[in-house]
Design a binder for this molecule. Structure first.
Ligand code: NI
Length: 137
């Protein structure tokens, strides 16, 4: 059967502070500017989850996108939505909550659960203009 990539889009909002605790306040301010605001700031994130696999003869699907939605809600959205990523998201513990680090954390939460399809790409929009993509490398 042909192999197809399907994508589900989900949204969440979360607060963070881009801050490296091993650097001084002045270094953090110089590196991260307003993203280093000690009183936090938030984003409306858009997450696109793409899985690839063969079309099932029985269903005509690569993966039921409703099932993918529920999986991402359980593994990711419930963990991060309306939360502060620096202080209350277990899978972000010990990393600077940049879009890059968030997307790698999200990958680890989703990748084990999509078989027989496989996770091939995540795209995480932090603003309308900025996004990161990760393909698991
Ligand atoms: Ni930010």
């Amino acid at each position: 059967m042909p192999t197809v990539t399907v994508t589900r889009r989900l949204t969440f909002n979360a607060a963070h502070r881009v801050h490296n605790p091993s650097l001084s306040e002045a270094e953090n301010q110089a590196l991260f500017g307003k993203c280093n605001n000690p009183n936090w700031h938030g984003h409306n994130y858009v997450l696109e989850v793409s899985v690839k696999g063969e079309i099932s003869e029985r269903t005509g699907y690569v993966m039921d996108l409703g099932a993918l939605k529920r999986l991402v809600e359980t593994e990711v959205i419930q963990e991060v939505d309306h939360r502060n990523m620096n202080v209350e998201v277990a899978f972000m513990k010990g990393v600077i909550p940049t879009t890059e680090n968030i997307i790698v954390g999200i990958w680890k939460r989703i990748a084990p659960h999509v078989a027989p399809a496989r996770l091939v790409r995540l795209r995480l929009w932090e603003t309308e203009n900025n996004f990161a993509e990760y393909e698991g490398e």
